[in-house]
Design a protein around this ligand. Sequence first.
Ligand SMILES: Nc1nc2c(c(=O)[nH]1)N(C=O)[C@@H](CNc1ccc(C(=O)N[C@@H](CCC(=O)O)C(=O)O)cc1)CN2
Ligand SMILES: Nc1nc2c(ncn2[C@@H]2O[C@H](COP(=O)(O)OP(=O)(O)OP(=O)(O)O)[C@@H](O)[C@H]2O)c(=O)[nH]1
Ligand SMILES: [Mg+2]
Length: 429
Amino acid sequence: MDTIYALASARGKAGVAVVRISGPLAFWTVEKLSGSVPKQRYASLRSLKNAHGEIIDEALVICFEQGASFTGEQSAELQLHGSVAIVKSVLEELSNFEGLRLAEAGEFTRRALENERLDLAQVEGLADLIESETEAQRKQAMRILSGALGDKAAGWRTSLIRAAALIEATIDFADEEVPVDVSPEVLELLANVMLELEAEVSGVRISERIREGFEVAIVGPPNVGKSTLLNTLAGREAAITSEVAGTTRDVIEVRMELSGLPVTLLDTAGLRETTDVVETFGIARAKERANMADLRVILLLSKDDMPEIPPRDGDIVLIGKDDDGSESSLSVSGHTGQGIEKLVGLICERLSLLAAGASTATHERHRIAMTTALTTLESGRDQVLMGSERAELAAEDMRTAIRALDALVGRVDVENLLDEIFSSFCIGK
Ligand SMILES: Nc1nc2c(c(=O)[nH]1)N(C=O)[C@@H](CNc1ccc(C(=O)N[C@@H](CCC(=O)O)C(=O)O)cc1)CN2
Ligand SMILES: Nc1nc2c(ncn2[C@@H]2O[C@H](COP(=O)(O)OP(=O)(O)OP(=O)(O)O)[C@@H](O)[C@H]2O)c(=O)[nH]1
Ligand SMILES: [Mg+2]
């Protein structure tokens, strides 16, 4: 196994820079650089020297023994003064050591996975955590990094192994008298797992929105102040505004954070009948994006206007250009800021309601694995309902579903199915 090293902190000037080393030569490397191996898990101040004996930096060195580190391997950290020259010099020095090489992208985490420090879902959670920019993203990533999906998968696995074991037992002992009808217990186990899987599957789309951002589209007729509203919400002149109806053509996107939720706000072309070719394209885009958006803010000039798009549950409909708040219905003004706070409050409320439906599973990969498992379990349940002569097929479905769910955490073997049969099932008693 190679010993790998890399700069773990961001590139460029910083207060402190961290270089990580992992693999069998980690301590040897520390000894070469600092003259000794400091006490494990203690931050020790050491002079790091190059091959000519010149001091490169006064650094904090931390050693982690094999089996008690992030990667599970023997590893070390050099916490350096965060200068570009120091980092360059240390990396250069490390590159000259026999048996050491620069780590590939994600290689420390890959080793943590290989050493079972993390499961596959946790690896995804770690990647999401590092990508996270908002509070909701951080929380969601932390939950999966903590192993929550792996724990759920383990629970489903136990139930399905039990179900398969019950069925297998009726096959193995087909010639003898089977003392109990296992199908009620099997059906109950399946029903519970399927219910939980369905709940998880239905929340993945929302979890993905938390990861990638909710889309909120501002739509309405031309010249109602959509672009002005976007600029006010964004706090900058992101979109061109003018008194000419039909100013906005392309969809303008602004990313922001509302109540900890990541939001992409969309400004769209004003909706109307037009002979202008370019404007027609813009309107088609506007409708398409409004249709896909998680939430639409429909701006109208008067409360008697009809929205040009079919209204949907949860849409926020309000009157634009109401500078002094004299309208009786919900209204807003991008110029004076009238109604902005209330609008933001409403958007947050609607999105928080959506976000509450998030699942522990967060990725399309999880959704696919769980949907596959669900389909197979439906088939398995039908086999069970058709009677004991379908036991082989039912058991096969259980095994396929278990394999599909094993993909969630990246485990593959199903050999322990057999062990389970003999350990948990007591037949003929
Ligand atoms: N300086 C520094 N800060 C860091 C990290 C790091 O590697 N270095 N981390 C890196 O991402 C995160 C912390 N995550 C870590 C996860 C596990 C272990 C670890 O040593 N685990 C051992 C021992 C556990 C224990 O003693 O409680 C193990 O799991 O066996 C270390 C850091 C965030 N902060
Ligand atoms: N009094 C007042 N004028 C506004 C307000 N918002 C926008 N306007 C003016 O109305 C005109 C149109 O504003 P825009 O924001 O470009 O309108 P829009 O809905 O984006 O228009 P299109 O892009 O053509 O669909 C501009 O002259 C704005 O200055 C407002 O709240 N109050
Ligand atoms: Mg506009």
